[in-house]
Ligand binder design. Structure first.
Ligand code: SF4
Ligand code: MG
Length: 313
């Protein structure tokens, strides 16, 4: 609720704060148990920071984060440690977080023992069960990270989260580093695991075509702000925000009759240190008016559980 995460920008020997990067600037989202919420936007929009702040891997600047009704910032370190296994993060590149000298079975089992979730004698069985759920087998358990392909490494990353029996998984660009054919396999795996285990996902991606197959709701972020949220079907059928339309116009359409406006965005996402006034998107929006430069559009209900922040809608 109203989550903000500002990083100070400092200068000089005394680290004088000269400004802030408003990485996340007043974002509210709700995840229902068992659903997948897709968080989409270009790199630099603040998606990863939302994920990391929710998991309290980085402290929020303002706002409230509740997990099953519990304000996680009110928890003591011990209490936080206890609920940690229930909320897991999966990275874009699991390889970078795997120690090259540790066999993957040990890497996956480590967290189980750290959290005291099972006895030493049970670890191997639990690890094997997680590997098998992710399409790997006992053949893989004693191998080293370099012996695996990119897709297999992501399966290992998922198994490592899964072994702790989480309820919420935040997956940050989990398929972005993979070939398109492998992407589909990993997305199918996410979907299969959700059905068999009732997992809830916050799925972060810069690519709308990736979230399309997995997500029930989608939120589109730009420069730390939420521009639009809607159900997947509603967002794809009836995008309202010019930024969403631009992102969608880059997604190939399987049905040629379904004509879509083509909006090509010019330039890069502006610096979050000094974001544009008014609507943050006005410097790149083909429909920008005078009011867009001076007034921040209110994020409001456009009906059908569809929310959007744009003066023209
Ligand atoms: Fe474009 Fe104005 Fe809407 Fe922002 S508020 S998206 S600049 S039309
Ligand atoms: Mg990121």
């Amino acid at each position: 609720n109203h989550l903000k995460k500002y990083f100070p920008v400092t200068k000089g020997l005394l680290n004088r704060t000269v400004g802030h990067v408003k990485a996340v600037d007043d974002i509210s989202i709700t995840l229902q148990p068992g659903e997948t919420f897709g968080l989409v936007g270009e790199s630099g929009s603040g998606k990863s920071t939302v994920g990391r702040t929710i998991l309290r891997l980085t402290d929020k600047t303002a706002g409230e984060i509740k997990f099953k009704g519990i304000d996680i910032h009110s928890l003591s370190p011990a209490a936080l440690r206890n609920i940690r296994p229930q909320m897991q993060l999966i990275f874009q590149d699991p390889y970078s977080s795997l120690n090259p000298r540790v066999r993957i079975g040990d890497a996956i089992g480590e967290a189980l023992l750290d959290h005291g979730l099972c006895s030493k004698s049970e670890v191997r069985d639990r690890v094997l069960e997680a590997l098998e759920a992710c399409g790997l087998s006992s053949y893989h358990i004693d191998r080293f990270p370099h012996e695996f392909s990119g897709g297999q490494r992501q399966r290992i990353g998922i198994a490592r989260a899964l072994v702790l029996n989480p309820e919420l998984i935040i997956a940050d660009e989990p398929v972005s580093a993979l070939d398109v054919s492998i992407q589909a396999q990993i997305i199918n795996l996410f979907s299969k695991l959700q059905q068999s285990r009732g997992l809830t996902y916050l799925f972060i991606s810069h690519d709308l075509s990736v979230v399309e197959h997995l997500c029930s709701r989608i939120g589109v972020m730009y420069l730390g702000s939420m521009m639009e949220t809607a159900s997947r079907d509603e967002l794809f059928k009836n995008p309202l925000h010019p930024y969403t339309k631009a992102l969608l116009s880059a997604v190939p359409i399987p049905i040629p009759k379904l004509k879509r406006e083509r909006i090509v965005l010019k330039g890069d996402i502006p610096s979050p240190v000094n974001p544009p006034s008014g609507c943050k998107f006005h410097t790149r929006c083909p429909y920008a008016q005078e009011v867009c430069r001076s007034e921040i559009p209110v994020f409001r209900d456009a009906g059908n559980n569809h929310f959007v922040a744009c003066h023209l809608v």
